[in-house]
Design a protein around this ligand. Structure first.
Ligand code: IPE
Ligand code: IPE
Ligand code: MG
Length: 250
């Protein structure tokens, strides 16, 4: 984990902050995990789904209320069609295989992302998963699929512009709270913590609006190797961070 020193004046155990409620993860490094083993990239993605199962369970056990995972970005359409097909097949498989158990475990599934470009069978599957689990309250799992932070903002801007066009809204009435209500991830609170695996140090168009004040943790682990301990480690680092939100802190 890239943790600059001194990380914060808040490293005293007595002053640990509360654990995060909403953790978002950029699940990166499946391809390199596979390459290091001489395996095709698709098997890296398959191993990534296993890691996701573990992360959902760990998130639930560790008392998170929301877990958001970046599973397919709008930029991932730039990949070869065979890889895109493999990623879509894995989403289908994940929902078909895991829906019943997730439902039983009290997990509410939400999808954040553009519907455009997705096939009807995928849309039907995810709609069904969202509908089945909509009353669950233990943990909300937001799957960012066909998601891009800029696209999310453009969609919100269009929605707001339509209201202005229809004469239902004045430009001066647009404020941050309204934009927060219009984005795809409007149903969830802002993430407290964004974790990226694989060692890359960028956001790759993830949660540009809601992640504005999230703590960022970059971990040197490929996503398929991410375990409960990895999540615990990230949460522990979060609890030692000094969050000031532009003020002077506690
Ligand atoms: C993350 O792993 C999964 C997706 C982006 C869909 P990658 O496929 O990006 O793996 P690397 O970064 O090439 O190792
Ligand atoms: C970000 O990872 C998207 C997901 C994890 C789904 P990428 O591997 O696509 O990001 P870049 O290309 O390294 O920025
Ligand atoms: Mg990657």
């Amino acid at each position: 984990m890239s943790e600059p020193k001194p990380s914060s004046p808040n490293a005293d155990v007595a002053t640990l902050r509360s654990p995060p409620k909403h953790v978002a993860i950029i699940m990166d490094g499946n391809g390199r995990w596979a390459k290091a083993r001489g395996l095709p990239r698709a098997l890296g993605h398959k191993a990534g789904v296993e890691a996701l199962r573990g992360a959902v369970e760990a998130a639930r056990d560790l008392g998170l209320t929301h877990l958001t995972v970046f599973s397919f970005s709008t930029e991932n359409w730039n990949r070869p069609q065979t890889e895109i097909d493999a990623l879509f097949d894995l989403l289908r498989l994940f929902i078909k295989r895991d829906l019943a158990r997730l439902h039983k475990d009290g997990v509410q599934i939400r999808i954040i992302g553009a519907r455009e470009g997705l096939s009807t069978d995928i849309l039907d599957l995810v709609d069904q998963a969202v509908e089945t689990t909509k009353d669950n309250t233990r943990l909300t799992l937001n799957i960012a699929f066909n998601y891009g932070g800029r696209g999310e903002l453009v969609a919100a801007m269009r929605e707001i512009a339509r209201m202005v066009e229809a004469g239902k809204l004045k430009a001066d009435q647009i404020d941050e709270a309204m934009v927060s209500r219009m984005i795809w991830s409007a149903d969830s609170p802002d993430p407290d913590l964004v974790i990226r695996t694989s060692g890359e140090l960028r956001l790759s168009n993830f949660l540009l609006w809601s992640g504005a004040y999230a703590e960022l943790i970059f971990m040197d682990v490929w996503w398929p190797d991410f375990t409960r301990e990895s999540l615990e480690k990230a949460i522990d680092a979060f609890r030692r961070r000094d969050r000031r939100f532009g003020g002077l802190g506690d």
